[in-house]
Write a protein that binds this ligand. Structure first.
Ligand code: ADP
Length: 462
């Protein structure tokens, strides 16, 4: 079979720029695709965080990463906005980037078979391809896949900004861009792509409903026949306690004892009591309503009255910064609140924690629970999206299951699951068996990348 030419367009890519899971996916899926014999390129904006000379580099064996340079638009410290809110010129920035995706293909003489776009920032690529570039023979064999990593961030702009995209006003229409009087980039991306995917099978079903559809459920239903759900994987070259250079001691499923050496070291570093018997509960997350922090807020007082340590790493909504700062003052001995983004500390917390909380309201895929498995950290999660597709309730009798999971979004059910996990923690033999088991689960990209390849091939055949 001919080598498929794939271009992945993303506004963030690990290791160059990251605010969330999209960057992890855009950085690791290409590596897995290359291993499966695809001819892959990646394209992203060159922010000031990208410490690379020139306008391209190579990752994996021979994957070119193209950087789009424009200092006015991208030479900034943040990706999408600062403490004052979203950057006011985001529509210009990302329509420029989307045009450049297509122009760069031409300059590099790379006509992709598949143009794989992600989230609102690259939603305009399929739109431009089907409008301005409709009769451009260079792209005559190019098919587009549009992946939704989080439906809640749609790229909404005021109507009077519409001309900035350089498109015909006729497209400001309910069937294309128009969304309650505003311009909605994600909506147009969904409409104009050859296929749409999202990052877990459950989320692919959920977004067709009013509860999870964020107002786009109607549009998504019109594309249901080309809507797919493919669970993300994680890159075990990055996320692997057996090789992780940031850990105090590496460990593997057969020597989980060394996990506790990491725990004791982190306890010391964070000024907590050094005692491996005290369960350490970790949270690493954007501090956003999506992630269920109102539930955490409701139970944290009771939780901290138990003999536990609570270690948080996250930044986001100011109200949660205030909440956790207050908690840190009231429980200084048993909490460590790290209100920042810190990739190294994250790896140490995954390794040191015993239990990890993800009570999300919705969760397209969620990567943290998959990372937790690999690091032998037991997740307590809500049964939504990708969490539901990866976590199953542990049963002490049968020893089946890999974590703790609750359905209805209530503090009571959440706390119940945490208590179950804490009880099990006291049963040393069962706990060790559970963490040895979850560390061996395979959520690498191998399986998921094969599903993407099958979808790419289907698109080309259609
Ligand atoms: P989302 O993309 O919705 O933020 P995911 O679970 O898909 O959530 O991915 C989150 C990723 O970002 C994980 O790799 C997690 O470890 C990382 N992360 C989140 N917050 C922080 C932080 N404050 N510091 C370091 N890493 C973080």
């Amino acid at each position: 079979m001919a080598k498929l030419k794939v271009l992945i367009a993303s506004s963030e890519v690990v290791p160059f720029a990251k605010t969330g899971g999209l960057a992890d996916v855009a950085g690791s899926l290409p590596l897995a695709l290359e291993k499966l014999g695809m001819d892959v390129r990646v394209i992203m904006p060159k922010y000031s965080s990208v410490k690379v000379e020139g306008n391209s580099t190579v990752i994996g064996k021979d994957i070119k990463v193209w950087f789009v340079e424009n200092d006015d638009y991208f030479g900034r410290h943040h990706l999408y906005g600062d403490k004052f809110g979203d950057y006011r010129d985001n529509l210009e920035r990302f329509s420029f980037f989307s045009r450049e995706v297509l122009e760069r293909c031409k300059r590099e003489n790379f006509a992709p078979d598949i143009l794989h776009c992600n989230d609102w920032q690259t939603a305009l690529v399929p739109v431009y391809l089907n409008t301005m570039y409709k009769f451009d023979l260079f792209f005559k064999n190019t098919k587009t896949l549009y992946t939704i990593h989080n439906l809640a961030y749609q790229g909404l702009f005021e109507k009077d900004e519409f001309p900035k995209m350089g498109l015909d006003w006729a497209l400001f229409h309910i069937h294309y861009f128009e969304f309650y009087g505003k311009v909605n980039l994600m909506k147009a991306g969904i409409v104009y792509s050859d296929a749409v995917s999202t990052v877990s099978p459950t989320y692919a079903r959920e977004i067709l409903t009013k509860e999870f559809g964020c107002g786009l459920e109607g549009v998504l239903r019109t594309r249901e026949n080309v809507l797919h759900g493919i669970l993300n994987g994680i890159d075990y070259d990055v996320w692997n306690p057996a090789t992780d250079k940031h850990l105090f001691k590496t460990y593997s499923p057969d020597d989980v004892e060394d996990k506790y050496a990491n725990k004791e070291k982190l306890q010391k570093d964070l000024g907590l009591k050094v005692d491996r018997d005290i369960p350490m509960i970790g949270v690493i997350s954007r501090l956003a309503d999506q992630k269920g922090f109102d539930l955490v807020g409701k139970i944290i007082g009771d939780l901290l009255n138990m003999k536990v340590q609570f270690v948080l790493l996250g930044t986001g909504d100011q109200k949660y910064h205030v909440l956790f700062e207050k908690m840190a003052q009231a429980h200084s001995k048993s909490t460590s609140m790290n209100l920042k983004f810190d990739a190294v500390l994250a790896q140490r917390i995954y390794a040191a924690s015993d239990i990890f909380l993800m009570p999300s309201r919705y969760e397209p895929c969620g990567l943290s629970q998959l990372i937790c498995f690999k690091y032998g950290t037991v997740p307590v999660v809500r049964a939504v999206g990708g969490l539901k597709d990866s976590v199953t309730e542990y049963d002490l009798k049968t020893r089946q299951g890999n974590g703790f999971i609750f359905e209805e979004y209530t503090a009571h059910l959440f706390f119940n699951e945490i208590k179950k996990a804490l009880n099990l923690y006291r049963n040393r033999a069962a706990w060790s068996a559970l963490i040895g088991k979850i560390m061996k689960l395979d959520y690498s990209w191998d399986a998921s990348a094969k599903e993407y390849v099958a979808l790419y091939r289907k698109l080309i055949a259609d």
